[in-house]
Design a protein around this ligand. Structure first.
Ligand code: NDP
Ligand code: ZN
Length: 352
């Protein structure tokens, strides 16, 4: 066992605070990782605050982890001490269902084990995430970080990156497709970069006029201010795909109206009941498809990391200290982040 430092939410209504706990002893297929950087995902906030139903406290959030290997178990073959590695949203899955066999561990029939707030399959202890100084993860769920990626910006790829890459790949986004990305936050800005890299014509839908100029700098071909009814009306029936990263309940109907016949609306942000309801006419009368997507499998996450290295795709991030995490959560709730906070874990290690 080893003592770990972290920041945790002890309840849904209290801010994150310093928290010490014990990590398990190294298993034969474990990789022990000294955490260098951890991205801040909106899911961290949802879980810390029990937005998706009661969470298992204490919650040590963080599933966009970059670190250095300090120790490996006797059966680990892929990694050695000193390697730079990543960990995303899952740390295990059953490994015997049809989805695990198809490299779709995120859809494991027995439920993938989340990096935080879930229960370990072997000893049933609660999993604690990346807002901590180190983590032990089964080798199969550890990713290789290509050397050419800028380490201080790579962490968000482990969740924001794969969550947008996977559905765009699954739906075979290609040159000629018109793709809209809803919400210009951590996921949204990565969605724009991937959709552009796949050759699509990309439009950002944002509520924030302040993001227009930068959205274009990021490669978006067009920007629609979603609160402007005229702009929304002008976009009627013009899109093949919409990638919806909005993290709260919102009216899907005006967005569905922007899709062509056979157009597809992909939900990744909303994991709650739809409110207000989707009017079925918006689907039936135009044969539109409403679907969703959950992160991506381990093999696809590695493919995405290698793709980013090859195509020079990186996150736009603002580095913070762990001590500023509660303020960062408040800013994210207001949509005030360009476009991902990354915690420099030195700040935790140096804390007295
Ligand atoms: P961010 O907070 O970084 O970005 C969300 C963006 O959505 C904001 O920047 C804002 O963009 C827009 N937005 C926020 N509030 C509203 C609102 N009330 N109405 C309309 N638009 C709004 O979040 P993330 O990108 O980290 O995460 C997005 C969602 O995706 C979260 O719910 C998260 O839990 C979920 N998620 C899902 C995953 C999956 O596998 N499906 C994996 C990871 C995350 P703007 O200012 O441009 O309008
Ligand atoms: Zn996430």
């Amino acid at each position: 066992m080893s003592q770990a430092k972290s920041y945790a939410a002890l309840s849904a209504t209290t801010p994150l605070e310093p928290f010490s706990f014990e990590r398990r002893a190294l298993r034969e297929d474990d990789v022990n990782i000294d955490i260098l950087y951890c991205g801040v995902c909106h899911s961290d906030i949802h879980t810390a605050e029990s937005d998706w139903g009661p969470s298992n406290y204490p919650i040590v959030p963080g599933h966009e982890i970059i670190g250095k290997v300090t120790e490996v178990g006797s059966k680990v073959s892929k990694y050695k001490v000193g390697d730079i590695v990543g960990v995303g949203c899952m740390v295990d899955s059953c490994q015997h269902c049809s989805h695990c066999a198809a490299d779709l561990e995120q859809y494991c029939d027995n439920g993938p084990v989340g990096t935080y707030g879930a229960y370990d399959l072997i000893d049933s202890t609660l999993t604690y995430g990346g807002y901590s100084d180190h983590i032990l993860v089964r080798e199969k769920f550890v990713l290789s970080i290509p050397e050419t990626l800028e380490l201080s910006k790579a962490a968000p790829l482990l969740c924001a990156g794969i969550t947008t890459y996977s559905p765009l790949r699954h739906h075979n986004i290609k040159a000629g497709d018109k793709v809209g990305v809803l919400g210009m936050g951590g996921l949204g800005h990565m969605g724009v970069k991937f959709a552009k890299a796949f050759g699509a014509e990309v439009t950002i839908f944002t509520r924030s006029e302040s993001k227009i100029a930068e959205a274009k700098k990021q490669g978006a071909d067009h920007v629609i201010v979603s609160t402007d009814e005229e702009q929304m009306k002008a976009a009627s029936m013009t899109f093949d795909y919409l990638l919806d990263t909005i993290p709260v309940q919102h009216d899907l109907n005006p967005y569905l109206g922007c899709l062509k016949v056979d157009g597809t609306h992909i939900l990744v942000g909303l994991i709650e009941p739809m409110e207000p309801a989707v009017h079925a006419a918006n689907l039936v009368l135009k044969r539109r498809i409403l679907t969703g997507s959950l992160i991506g499998g381990i093999a696809e996450t590695q493919e995405m990391l290698d793709f980013c290295a090859e195509h020079n795709i990186e996150c736009d991030a603002e580095m913070i200290k762990i001590q500023d995490i509660n303020q960062a959560y408040q800013r994210m709730k207001k949509g005030d982040v360009k476009y991902r906070f990354i915690i420099d874990m030195k700040s935790l290690k140096e804390e007295a």
